[in-house]
Design a protein around this ligand. Structure first.
Ligand SMILES: O=P(O)(O)OC[C@H]1O[C@H](O[C@H]2O[C@H](CO)[C@@H](O)[C@H](O)[C@H]2O)[C@H](O)[C@@H](O)[C@@H]1O
Length: 365
């Protein structure tokens, strides 16, 4: 899959671009992701670059089924990103002697993707599984959504939450029961951008109101413009509307998720930084102690997968039915497989506690 490192001298933002974000590039291959650079954002006025926006919008959430991929592509994908269920024993043995710390994305990982973002509920079975998981492992939800919103879906007070793509982090009110010295957490590195984000949210609402099916979501430190329900013929029009707002805001950047344009501050903070921050807050700054497992389905989760690869610590697991360009080590196909994987972790831990009942009692208490 095509992949380019792009440095924008204007904003100083370096972004990895996959596929068609640069003008006149061929369309991105299925399954790749795009960050639209500020250059593309501000230096053009319609024409071919809007076409590349539309290409990248198309590539952000491919509809291709696994059966449409060449068999060598599928084989190569499964060799390089095998199922985390098939590799469960290997994952466990790699974690030996370390505390597993769980990081879970929300949409597309714990809840299925649906048309209406307000209806993306997780099942009671998934909630029960995550509750049990958090009994045995420090667990954080890391989401692009506003923290309050994702909390209202998950409803588990014992978890850590990182909302707005990691720009709004809060720990459980009672603190961590896993590690002495874990700090109480509330961290909002983009708070100075709140008035700007609020302004942009309102402008985007106004500017896009004529486009049927568009949905603008206020995620507190970032804004999502959903085009899942917008007719594909209108994507160019929507791209123009969004660009006309954003060109006035050099301190904001645009990236893409699954049928969504994500607008956020250009600060160097993302889900990967949030993961590192949470590990440190939990008292696991040293790689020797902790084994992080991050499960996510989206472009923004790649920042966290990349951090784990670079640190050589733990693993990333990509939730996807189709081959994608990813820094994750393993794959799971859909939220139901995520639930199975989490349940196996719980069962494995319970069994190991049976062999060490004293530790079990301490944790349960
Ligand atoms: O980091 P996440 O928890 O995965 O959040 C990323 C975005 O997720 C939501 O949008 C996605 O899910 C919606 C509901 O299934 C779907 O309609 C939409 O097309 C997807 O992009 C959420 O609404 C966004 O605000 C998040 O940024």
């Amino acid at each position: 899959m095509t992949k380019q490192n792009v440095s924008d001298p204007k904003s100083g933002v370096n972004s990895t671009m996959y596929g068609a974000a640069v003008a006149m590039q061929p369309p991105a291959p299925p399954g790749s992701y795009i960050n639209i650079s500020r250059k593309t954002l501000v230096e053009t006025n319609g024409g071919p670059r809007i076409n590349s926006w539309v290409d990248s919008m198309r590539a952000s959430s491919p509809t291709h089924h696994m059966s449409t991929f060449l068999s060598e592509d599928k084989t190569s994908w499964m060799v390089h990103h095998p199922s985390a269920l098939d590799m469960f024993e290997d994952i466990i043995s790699a974690s030996k002697g370390k505390q597993i710390v769980m990081f879970l994305d929300y949409d597309g990982t714990l809840s299925p993707i649906v048309d209406d973002p307000d209806q993306a509920f997780m099942s009671d079975a998934m909630r029960g599984t995550v509750r049990k998981l958090a009994r045995y492992f420090p667990t954080a939800i890391v989401s692009g959504r506003c923290r309050d919103k994702v909390y209202s879906f998950v409803q588990l007070a014992e978890l850590y939450y990182a909302g707005s793509h990691g720009m709004d982090i809060e720990g459980p009110s009672k603190g961590s029961k896993y590690k002495k010295g874990a700090q109480a957490v509330l961290f909002q590195p983009a708070s100075e951008f709140l008035p700007m984000i609020d302004e942009v949210y309102k402008e985007l609402l106004d500017k896009t109101k004529s486009t049927e099916g568009v949905r603008v979501e206020d995620n507190k430190f970032c804004v999502s413009v959903h085009f899942r329900c917008v007719d594909e013929k209108k994507w160019g029009e929507l791209a123009l509307q969004v660009r006309s707002v954003l060109k006035e805001y050099p301190k904001l950047r645009l990236s893409q998720g699954r049928k969504v344009l994500e607008i956020r501050p250009i600060i160097k903070w993302d889900k990967g930084k949030a993961l590192e921050f949470l590990l440190q807050s939990l008292g696991y700054a040293s790689c020797a102690d902790a084994f992080p497992i991050y499960i996510g389905d989206d472009r923004t989760d790649e920042d966290a997968f990349k951090v784990l690869r670079e640190r050589g610590q733990g693993f990333g697991i990509l939730v996807s039915k189709t081959p994608k360009d990813t820094h994750a080590s393993y794959s799971l196909q859909e939220p139901s497989e995520v639930m199975t994987f989490l349940r196996r972790l719980v069962v494995w831990k319970r069994l190991s506690f049976k062999r060490h009942p004293k530790i079990h009692k301490q944790l349960e208490g």
